[in-house]
Design a protein around this ligand. Structure first.
Ligand code: SF4
Length: 437
């Protein structure tokens, strides 16, 4: 069956997979496409051209990317799609293999391939890449990427292969982007990078995140600034007093630790020991009291013994982090750890993840119950059957907990900051009513 999509139809759709950094890339791309007068289709099935911004981080993510491409290829075969473009990390890493396997795909591009994609979709347009980001998140929050790439040598990680060396974004550009997003209604900035704490080292010769944070905090309209993806080794401690002193910087820090056993950390090439990690957490908590600490761990790393895993469980039980995520080790080509093989069976990895998250569930319930009777500030996200879903300063979007708010007498809107009296708690969520005070 021949193509049924009218060729003059310049509608385009973007499907974004993977992390918040990919979300920012797609939003920047959407801004350029919009400025080039391309129109956005509601969904992939209604578009003339489809761009899939893929993820190539670990097995599960790669699988999801490949399945998404195959679905789009079927649309193309059925004549429901004219141009299929694959971009992002998976394509950056495996373009040749994918090209051989997937002839339906018209173009494979890597990461940050904005101008290439534009040339395909708008060939006759002489155009500078100037468009404003088109947000795909609710308009009251946005991810803010302050750098690209990573110089760290973590043994298990393929990101430097896909995203290249660390490149800080100039401070002026970041502040200009914040002001433009505030004009679009953004109140919360979720600051992301591969390694947040490396900011400035390549461009200014020093780790200058503390200075950047002060300037970001001075942006009128930025009500919450939230820090994600801090790297524990060589942590710039001078950011801590800035977090403590500035009201609009969330008392929140996401710092993936990946493991705690010094043997495993050494094999992972994380550049830090258990002792130094605990000392750092101690300092963070003393300089920024009541800070919410989030971390993620890998279970089933090739050299992880039962004793190493038990040590990780003891650490999580003792240190009582506020938010914890866990991933199964995924053996990735061309990484340092690849030669170690992948000897731990998946069911053992699954079992370890389950045990670790079970420990965290108990800690999370204990911490949530301690909030009953307090009044906290929350950001309203949406109205779900008359009850409002919200997040507190302790909750990053898409990965952390929620606060459910009853407000029978007053209508609330997404993006409203309100005070809530907490009346109940579960392992992961809080429940309360709009404060009358
Ligand atoms: S810090 Fe390590 S885990 Fe994170 S992106 Fe860089 S190499 Fe990968």
């Amino acid at each position: 069956m021949k193509k049924t999509v009218p060729s003059h139809d310049n509608s385009v759709a973007i499907v974004t997979l993977g992390c918040s950094k990919n979300t920012v890339d797609s939003e920047i791309l959407a801004g350029h496409l919009k400025a080039a007068n391309l129109t956005f289709a509601e969904s992939a099935g209604q578009a003339n051209s489809l761009i899939i911004n893929t993820c190539g981080f670990i097995d599960m993510a790669k699988e999801e990317s490949i399945n998404t491409i195959l679905e789009a290829a079927a649309l193309k075969k059925a004549g429901k799609l004219q141009t299929l473009i694959v971009a992002g990390c998976l394509s950056e890493r495996y373009a040749d293999d994918l090209r051989a396997e997937m002839p339906e795909v018209d173009h494979f591009f890597g990461t940050e391939a904005y101008s290439n994609i534009l040339k395909v979709l708008s060939p006759d347009l002489k155009y500078n890449l100037l468009g404003e980001r088109v947000l795909s998140t609710p308009s009251h929050f946005a991810y803010l990427k302050i750098s690209e790439g990573c110089d760290n040598p973590c043994s298990f990680c393929a990101i430097p292969i896909m995203r290249g060396k660390h490149r800080s974004k100039p401070k002026e550009q970041i502040i200009a982007e914040m002001n433009s997003l505030v004009r679009q209604g953004v109140k919360e900035f979720v600051v992301v990078a591969q390694d947040l704490t490396y900011y400035g080292l390549d461009m200014y010769g020093n780790r200058t995140l503390a200075d950047l944070l002060k300037e970001m905090s001075d942006v009128q309209g930025a009500e919450w600034i939230r820090l994600m993806y801090a790297y524990p080794a060589k942590f710039p401690r001078d950011i801590l007093p800035v977090i403590a002193e500035r009201d609009n910087i969330c008392k929140y820090l996401d710092m993936p630790l990946q493991h705690i056993s010094t043997n495993v950390l050494k094999s992972m090439r994380r550049g830090i020991t258990r002792r130094a990690t605990e000392e750092l957490i101690g300092e963070i908590r003393s300089v920024v009291p009541n800070i919410t600490l989030r971390s993620t761990f890998i279970v089933g790393y090739p050299s992880e013994t039962q004793a190493d895993f038990d040590e990780l469980c003891d650490f999580v039980s003792e240190v009582k982090l506020d938010r914890v995520g866990a991933f199964l080790y995924s053996q990735e080509d061309d990484t340092y750890a690849y030669i170690l093989g992948d000897s731990i069976p998946t069911e053992v990895k699954e079992e370890r993840k389950k045990s670790l998250m079970e420990i965290q569930k108990g800690i999370s319930l204990e911490k949530n119950q301690a909030k009953i009777g307090t009044t906290i500030k929350v950001l309203i996200e949406e109205n779900v059957n008359g009850e409002y879903q919200a997040r507190s300063e302790a909750d990053a979007p898409e990965v952390d907990n929620e606060v459910f708010v009853r407000s029978p007498d007053k209508e609330l809107k997404p993006g409203d900051f309100v005070m809530v009296e907490i009346e109940d708690a579960s392992e992961f969520d809080l429940y309360g009513s709009l404060s009358r005070k």
